[in-house]
Design a protein around this ligand. Structure first.
Ligand SMILES: Cc1ncc(COP(=O)(O)O)c(C=O)c1O
Length: 468
């Protein structure tokens, strides 16, 4: 007789309910490499990829000075561990001088020499230690310097910057801490939906998954609808924070100073915290860089989500930060909890931080080169406008463009492109809640495929619709 096998569950009912709900949402699956179309078997053109290094490693790979700094660090260590050979003699002579002039006793001299010897014997390689404050302190200082560029920002690197293992992790930390609803853009970077819903579910809001997120619409050009923001804040007193993603994924929009000022004003009038995702701020295609929110106010509390994935092509290193500005009592509490959580996980990824230091200290030539490539590809994409019924919205920043289609949803249109022309894109519906779809239909494309493949895709779409 066989005994029944009881499979234990390791997952809480709340988490399972959340996952079940997620399955009903838009599914993003890897497209097939080939598609049988009525024009024959075509290889898939990957207009959907958002990972520059994966999509086009020839043009977008981590700059050599960043990789070089990491290799150096692994080979010889740095800071406390690194022995500067030229200074060895001077350091010993200084100790002896100290002994001669009486500032060091004989035993202190002995101890200093012993410590020095120990460093010589063990120090000239990477130790694998959790901490190397010479790296993390320097990194925080460089981030602060970067953000003090306009001269008016008061930011204390030790207090106000918390190193994170990615922008996504930075957001995850924030949402777990915040006990309020956050007003978020629609379309929205989809990780933010999933994370917000997950924590809503954990808090037990099973029937109201969106406990943590309320969406505000952006228009077809990707600009936030300010009236809607005002209305939603007025109607729901539980909204205490607003997420601004500028430049934006998936719209490629870059908000004007005036628009950002209006958002700051709404935040000020309603006591909102601004969560500023500015991970593409240097990747602007029509101007030098995007306007950063903390440059516009010394009053409104802001927490910035930073990432080194995009501008420094370090996505796989998983490197980011939280930066706090205009910290009032309420934001100080958030910062304190974030710091405690940070300490719980011992340390951030020190090897990636070494790369971060090199990124901020070193040349940014690659950013200019990326922008050049994006501008060229953006021009080619404009050929979409020749196809009746379609409109291309060119990005002003980042590397995301959109094709607006009418008469069907973004998902239907993306499916037509994949089935009929073997072109992979991400439907706009994926960037909203599935039961609260986009007010206008679009599919997202990226500037991470080369000009030839963009042109080829446009020809395929043109053929697809002209034969109908
Ligand atoms: C707007 C935006 N914020 C944050 C991230 C996440 O960056 P990270 O790689 O640091 O998690 C992305 C990644 O695509 C993004 O587009």
């Amino acid at each position: 007789m066989t005994s029944p096998i009881i499979v234990p569950s390791y997952v809480s009912p709340r988490v399972r309910r959340f996952m079940d709900q997620q399955r009903d949402g838009v599914k993003i699956q890897p497209p097939p490499p080939f598609v049988e179309t009525r024009f024959g078997r075509l290889d898939t053109i990957p207009w959907h990829l958002g990972d520059a290094g994966f999509a086009d490693p020839k043009n977008f790979s981590t700059p050599p000075h960043i990789v070089g700094a990491i290799v150096d660090y692994l080979v010889q260590g740095t800071g406390r561990n690194k022995l500067d050979r030229d200074n060895v003699k001077n350091e010993v002579l200084r100790m002896l001088d100290g002994f001669r002039d009486g500032s060091l006793t004989a035993s202190e001299l002995f101890m200093a020499l012993a410590e020095f010897q120990a460093r010589r014997n063990t120090g000239e390689r990477y130790s694998g230690a959790y901490y190397d404050v010479s790296v993390t302190d320097r990194f925080k200082e460089l981030i602060a310097q970067e953000r003090r560029r306009d001269g008016s920002v008061c930011i204390d690197p030790k207090q106000d910057i918390i190193l994170m293992d990615s922008g996504s992790q930075a957001f995850d930390y924030l949402i777990k801490i915040l006990g309020c609803k956050v007003l978020m853009p629609k379309p929205n970077f989809f990780t933010y939906h999933v994370v917000s819903n997950f924590y809503s579910a954990l808090e037990g809001n099973l029937d109201l998954l969106r406990r943590k997120a309320v969406l505000y619409d952006c228009d077809e050009d990707g600009m936030p609808k300010l009236d809607e923001i005002r209305r939603k804040v007025r109607e729901d007193s539980e909204i205490k924070a607003i997420l601004v993603i500028n430049p934006n994924n998936p719209t490629g929009a870059n908000y004007s100073r005036e628009l950002l000022q209006e958002i700051v004003q709404i935040a000020e009038e309603n006591g909102l915290l601004i969560i500023a995702d500015q991970v593409y701020n240097q990747l602007t295609l029509n101007m030098d860089r995007a306007v950063l929110l903390h440059e516009l106010t010394t009053d409104v509390p802001i927490v910035e989500i930073m990432s080194f994935s995009k501008e420094y092509l370090m996505a796989g290193f998983r490197l980011g930060a939280l930066a706090f500005y205009n910290v009032n009592a309420a934001l100080a509490e958030v910062r304190e909890i974030a710091r405690k959580l940070d300490q719980q996980r011992m340390a951030s990824n020190i090897v990636s931080c070494v790369g971060g230091v090199a990124a901020l200290e070193g040349s940014r030539e690659h950013i200019g080169q990326m922008k050049e490539i994006f501008r060229r590809r953006r021009e080619v994409f404009k050929g979409i406008d020749e196809i009746p019924g379609l409109k291309f919205i060119p990005p002003e920043a980042a590397f995301y463009g959109r094709i607006i289609c009418s008469g069907r949803t973004g998902t239907e249109f993306a499916t037509e492109l994949l089935d009929g022309a073997a072109i992979a894109t991400i439907p706009g519906d994926a960037f909203a809640f599935s039961d609260d779809p986009m007010p206008y239909p679009f599919t997202r494309v990226t500037l991470l495929t080369d000009e030839r493949r963009i042109q080829e895709g446009i020809e395929r779409i043109s053929r697809l619709y002209s034969k109908k």
